[in-house]
Design a protein around this ligand. Sequence first.
Ligand code: ZN
Ligand code: ZN
Length: 344
Amino acid sequence: MLQTHGLDAMLFTDLTNIRYLTGFTGTDGALILFEAAALFLCDSRYTTQAIEQVGGDVAEYKKKLPEIVDHLKQDEFIRVGFESSVVSCSEFNQLKQAGRADIEWIPIEDLSSLRLIKDEAEIALIEQATLLSSQAFDDVLPMIRPGVSEAEIALALEIAIRKRGGEEKSFDFIVASGERGALPHGVASDKKIVSSDLVTIDFGGRYRGYYSDETVTCAVGEPDQKMRQVYDIVLEAHDRALAQIKPGVPLKLIDAAARDYINQSGYGDYFGHGLGHGVGLEVHESPRVSPLSKGLTEVGMVFTVEPGIYLPGQGGVRIEDMVMVTADGYRILTRLSKSFCRLN
Ligand code: ZN
Ligand code: ZN
């Protein structure tokens, strides 16, 4: 990375990247990467933890940014990279003011490639996250019935995920029933489920830093004919996208496989978002899978496939799985069945 960008040093302050590179799980710290060495810095709250987790050179700071710069001043580093998407304007000014005038601060925009390919250990943690999420979903399945509110289901699911060993919910769960299903990001409300509702539940949990993300849409009672058809269209779009996945495929073609089918079915105006996103130490990370995606799939990438159709005033369906690209195709990492499911 230093070579690619022609850097003498790279400053990391994004805690997710720092965790990925060092194993440090605290909530404040910095990492300076040189060509032949690396230095981890934190305040006194984290020194003991950092010595254990990072294992390399650890320095303590009292005033973070000026003292980071002190370590750069001592040598002849001229070109120093920083993560331009996480360093604020005011932090950048502090870095500039604290440094030698001749330090050239190089904004590094796209660090996505850093965490793009998951190794076996990471996949194992992701699979643990998807496993405990699906177990939690099974735990709460009996309560998905008329008269229960979306918020009650979301809370029960969160508790079940924690009980199953999840560290945290992946995000505020989406539980969107009936007409509310038309809101792609309809966070659980007080609305009670009524018979004939489709209920979209988008949820996940974190396990040792790694997230899961999965969406199930199920029917409570008999749904109306049209929404039942919409379900089949979304499922077919999901399956067609999966069928495209193998190494070396343009990510936008995977999106297109689902999108073209939804277009042909007459619902193109009602699928507004991209098909999927990477998942790892962040619940939304690279790669993006959308009509704008530029890259190709590679073995070890993990991303979601989540087509949806959202009909204002009527309802919606989304179906989401996490997949990993393998040498001969793909493997689904999430576990819940996506066949049409009617409860009660
Ligand atoms: Zn999701
Ligand atoms: Zn997602």
